[in-house]
Design a binder for this molecule. Structure first.
Ligand SMILES: NC(=O)c1ccc[n+]([C@@H]2O[C@H](COP(=O)([O-])OP(=O)(O)OC[C@H]3O[C@@H](n4cnc5c(N)ncnc54)[C@H](OP(=O)(O)O)[C@@H]3O)[C@@H](O)[C@H]2O)c1
Length: 280
């Protein structure tokens, strides 16, 4: 029997993009939601939206940097004092920075790991004692389709997202022995403030590859959140928002060499188009 819908949820990065859409969709479905992020004005605005979506819920907004383990322990304590217990923990916060291995700074590599990977580790470890003691609930780690196949310009970002997969697979087994489910969600390209920031300083070749790719449509955060909530009750570990995400995952796992060749074709095609435009 699928688990009953979550009554309480904690979401990191719940004030913008995919996380905000998830927070509001959960509130609309009757859940009490606590969001966590750094910016206070977005926290205040999201809390007001949550109260409007579900006036009867016990909502909250907690300021913390996921990269700081002590701050996440304090955030967990604050969230539990508001919610009482957590049915659904969503580790969603993260950011992307594109750039070649040669171009990126050392600090870019470190910050991507600190926020995207250690941010999820810190959040899980802050809530794990509570969830294990309850013996039920779901933990969802949000990764990326760039954890299925990495391409030009995404070495640092993809490394931080591939790391989540290794962490999540082991955690899944550890926590299943305590009745807690661990799942991995792989969003596609989604129209969020984070994507807008990423596009500002993305290498021209990355942008050109994306424009020429048959499998790189940009989706709305509400659509991605709806797909997440449809996938959540089922038994599958990997979650995708779109059919083309599923196809990419299928190809990368069953035909890995062919998938690399297809990606190389897209790279060479993009470079030729850039050269024609005089930007190569
Ligand atoms: N958008 C896409 O195309 C896409 C594709 C694949 C995967 N993803 C993944 O999906 C997740 C959500 O992406 P998004 O595009 O919706 O992001 P977004 O629009 O940039 O929103 C990010 C959220 O995370 C919070 N956040 C960022 N850094 C944080 C930190 N250090 N500590 C606490 N909170 C932090 C932000 O608030 P503050 O800045 O105020 O802290 C905000 O609430 C990320 O993990 C991203 O890697 C996104």
């Amino acid at each position: 029997m699928p688990p009953s819908p979550p009554r309480t949820a904690f979401i990191t990065g719940g004030t913008a993009g995919i996380g905000r859409s998830l927070a509001l969709a959960l509130a609309h479905s009757g859940a009490s939601v606590v969001v966590c992020a750094r910016g206070q004005s977005a926290l205040d605005e999201t809390l007001a939206a949550l109260r409007q979506a579900n006036p009867g819920g016990a909502h909250g907004a907690v300021s913390a940097d996921v990269a700081d383990p002590a701050a996440m322990k304090a955030a967990a304590a604050q969230a539990l004092s508001i919610l009482g217990e957590v049915d659904l923990l969503i580790c969603n916060s993260g950011f992307a920075k594109a750039g070649t291995v040669a171009e990126l700074d050392d600090a870019d590599f470190r910050r991507l790991m600190d926020v995207n990977f250690y941010g999820h580790v810190n959040t899980v470890r802050a809530f794990q004692p509570h969830m294990v003691a309850r013996g039920k609930g779901d933990i969802v780690l949000v990764s990326s389709m760039l954890a299925v196949l990495s391409v030009y310009g995404y070495a640092a970002y993809s490394a931080s997202k591939f790391a989540i997969t290794g962490f999540a697979q082991a955690l899944r087994q550890e926590l299943m022995l305590h009745g807690v489910r661990v799942k991995l969600f792989l969003p596609p390209t989604t129209d969020t403030p984070g994507l807008a920031r990423e596009n500002q300083d993305k290498p021209a070749l990355c942008l050109e590859m994306e424009m020429g790719s048959a499998l790189n449509a940009t989706h709305s955060p509400d659509k991605v959140a709806a797909a997440f909530l449809k996938w959540l009750p089922g038994g599958r570990f990997y979650g995708y928002a779109t059919w083309d995400s599923w196809l990419q995952f299928f190809m990368a796992h069953h035909f890995p060499e062919l998938t690399l060749s297809l990606a190389d074709g897209e790279l060479h095609g993009a470079r030729k188009r850039l050269e024609k435009k005089g930007k190569g």
